[in-house]
Design a protein around this ligand. Structure first.
Ligand code: ACO
Length: 155
């Protein structure tokens, strides 16, 4: 499995992976917006034999943090790994690469993300493996009414 920066031509594969793995889906133009605006922050995992995208992290610089006198911060918009490729360390690697470039390229002070309060696998990834902590709860953040943890990691 190869991991590399996401390219424009990867975005239908990323959209496909997202549709398989998460109820939060986006229009292709939102993926392209990420790739065109912050090309160094999104990464893909590709199965070398099938050439299919089996995981991705889609990330950005928080637009609100681009205002003057606000610390620059990164934001993980979405991450997922196809079921049969899970528990191999791919998500952790994808996150680390994005976080590294947030700091190295944009000098981001921290990275934030939202996760469903019931998403135990993702919460373990963020808290145990990557040392994120819960900043606050956002009530009914998701379309179905589930709350989100807003998580943060100082870079
Ligand atoms: N149960 C408990 N802990 C888990 C699980 C699980 N099922 N899966 C991963 N973890 C934790 C462990 O702490 C693991 O560390 P360890 O290997 O030392 O035990 C750590 O996460 C790293 O695991 P990875 O192998 O890197 O994670 P993986 O590649 O399997 O991907 C992911 C994890 C992305 C959460 C995957 O399960 C997935 O795609 N789920 C569906 C989509 C999803 O929930 N995405 C996140 C939504 S929030 C957002 O996008 C901002």
């Amino acid at each position: 499995i190869q991991i590399r920066q996401a390219l424009i031509e990867d975005f239908t594969g990323i959209q496909n992976c997202n549709l398989h793995n998460l109820p939060e889906n986006y229009q292709l133009k939102y993926y392209l917006y990420h790739a065109l605006t912050w090309p160094q922050l999104s990464f893909v995992a590709i199965d070398s034999s099938s050439k299919r995208i089996v995981g991705y992290v889609l990330a950005k610089i928080d637009e609100d943090s681009e205002k003057p006198n606000t610390p620059i911060s990164g934001h993980i918009t979405s991450i997922s790994v196809m079921r049969s490729y899970r528990k191999l360390g791919l998500a952790k690697k994808l996150m680390k690469l994005s976080q590294y470039n947030m700091k190295a390229i944009y000098n981001a002070a921290f990275v934030s993300l939202h996760v469903r309060v019931g998403n135990q696998a993702a919460i373990a990834l963020y808290q145990k493996s990557l040392s994120f902590s819960v900043d606050h709860v956002e009530k009914k953040y998701y379309a179905d009414g589930e709350d989100a943890y807003s998580m943060k990691l100082i870079l």
